[in-house]
Unconditional design. Structure first.
Length: 313
């Protein structure tokens, strides 16, 4: 399950805010996926611009040598300023020399207090299992972009279909709310299945290279990861609804740009049916729904109440 850079930063920032940030992450992805930018953003979030150590291939052989790892260890042993974390970024971590990898493994096994280790690699398969198993994997998608989710297209289809659905306005609103809840349930199930498969794969691969406490820590990680991914994907669906109504407003006011070309016909038709004031009222209601969900108000109830006032046409 690959992240966009923004989604990965959101997940890591959330972990930091909840004091659940792990001590080591492996950020992987092809060239252009934003590995170093993500590491820099996270480092700045946890300690500003101070206390960041960078190790990258510098020798003639383009390897990270043991002297660099010793310098890293020395830096991490120093006391952090103002209680902030000390951050070490190991770029092209797959270029660690064997001696350097062994030395770094000891740092992973006994990380200095208040330290954060960020390994970057386009070829994580080249790293020893003993190192891989002690890092939380953060794979990034190519070019930092995410693949358009199927559920987003499905939501646009539901919104478009609401224009011609039979029944009263209340019935249409409830059906649309139910359709969104079905999509959300599918998202949660999909994330859970992927995380369970990933955890099982890690358990089979690394069970002989780590101690028993590793599995509990990994299970906690995937639980937190699953909730973070779910909230991100739910937020994107709410943004689709916001974009749909924004296109209605643009059609009403003569704007040429549309965010959802697949809904151009439907949003233009609704623009003819509603006044600008009515459209703006619905947009503000979607903004309120976004705020309510962000404050953990009961999801299904918040959606149903909002949809009754947003889709009453």
């Amino acid at each position: 399950m690959a992240f966009s850079r923004n989604d990965a930063l959101s997940y890591l920032q959330r972990a930091h805010d909840q004091n659940r940030l792990a001590h080591a992450y492996l950020i992987s992805g092809p060239a252009g996926s934003g590995k170093r930018a993500l590491a820099s953003d996270l480092a700045e979030a946890v300690n500003g611009a101070d206390g960041i150590f960078l190790a990258e291939p510098e020798s003639k052989s383009r390897k990270i040598v043991i002297e660099q790892i010793r310098d890293l260890e020395h830096t991490l042993q120093m006391r952090a300023a103002d209680g902030r974390r000390k951050v070490a970024i190991i770029s092209e971590a797959d270029r660690l020399q064997p001696q350097a990898a062994n030395a770094f493994l000891k740092t992973l096994e006994e990380p200095p207090k208040d330290s954060l280790l960020l390994l970057l690699s386009a070829l994580p398969e080249a790293l020893p299992d003993t190192i891989l198993s002690r890092c939380i994997a953060i794979p990034l998608s190519p070019n930092g972009d995410r693949v358009s989710a199927v559920e987003e297209n499905n939501l646009v289809e539901l919104l478009n279909a609401s224009m011609t659905a039979h029944g009263s306005a209340v019935q249409r609103a409830y059906r649309l709310a139910r359709g969104l809840q079905v999509l959300l349930a599918g998202i949660r199930e999909n994330i859970q299945e992927q995380n369970e498969a990933a955890l099982k794969q890690e358990e089979m691969r690394y069970k002989n290279t780590t101690d028993g406490s590793w599995l509990d820590e990994r299970a906690d990680h995937y639980k937190a990861l699953g909730e973070s991914l779910y909230l991100q994907r739910r937020a994107r669906l709410i943004e689709i609804i916001f974009a749909w109504w924004s296109d209605v407003l643009r059609a009403k006011t003569g704007g040429a740009r549309v965010e959802l070309p697949a809904a151009r016909k439907q949003t233009a038709a609704l623009a003819q049916k509603l006044s600008t004031t009515e459209i703006l009222r619905r947009i503000r209601r979607i903004e309120q729904l976004r705020d309510h969900l962000g404050r953990n108000i009961q999801e299904a109830l918040a959606i149903e109440i909002a949809f009754l006032s947003v889709f009453d046409f």
